[in-house]
Design a protein around this ligand. Structure first.
Ligand SMILES: Nc1c(C(=O)O)ncn1[C@@H]1O[C@H](COP(=O)(O)O)[C@@H](O)[C@H]1O
Length: 156
């Protein structure tokens, strides 16, 4: 699923439809920045081949950053990172049993050599901001979006 007509730069993947409500904040923030993205729901546990195909073709589809959201035994970000050279930002989903600490720990405790960046539990909005900051390292127009956002935050 892609939002808008432009080639998506950010790929958002989540382990389940049940993660969608928490991830709306990521999409909303990217919409506010005017940054095109695509959204995929696929689980590394339940549909591993589909996750493999999505992650390993991410570069050729034009993606530059990936946001991966999952809860509980949240391996999705790490699996995606295994199949792509793109930076992966993990969003640990809040869970009913362990409050999201389970998701957080399974996302941040990556083995050496396969990093994922990780935002706070349900930190979907920050994932979008960090993604645009990454895009901004080589793109003045993207950097300007962050500068403008910081200025309006300070004003507010
Ligand atoms: N952590 C993972 C992965 C994965 O890491 O591949 N696939 C699904 N899930 C997570 O399981 C939770 C419950 O999913 P269901 O609501 O579909 O049972 C969700 O937060 C999802 O991200």
């Amino acid at each position: 699923m892609a939002a808008g007509n432009e080639t998506p730069l950010v790929g958002i993947i989540m382990g389940s439809e049940s993660d969608m409500p928490a991830m709306e904040a990521c999409m909303k923030q990217l919409d506010e920045f005017g940054v095109p993205y695509e959204v995929k729901v696929a689980s590394a546990h339940r549909r591993p081949a589909e996750v493999h195909d999505w992650a390993s073709s991410a570069v050729e589809r034009g993606l530059r950053v990936i946001v991966a959201a999952a809860g509980k035994a949240a391996h999705l970000g790490g699996v995606v990172a295994a199949y792509t050279p793109l930076p992966v930002i993990a969003v640990p989903m809040k869970t009913s049993d362990l409050g999201g600490l389970d998701s957080l720990l399974s996302m941040v405790q990556m083995p050496s050599g396969v990093p994922v960046a990780c935002v706070a539990i349900n930190g979907a909005k920050n994932a979008a901001i960090l993604a645009v900051q990454m895009l901004g390292t080589g793109d003045e127009a993207m950097r300007r979006k962050i500068v403008d956002m910081k200025a309006s935050m300070a004003e507010a």
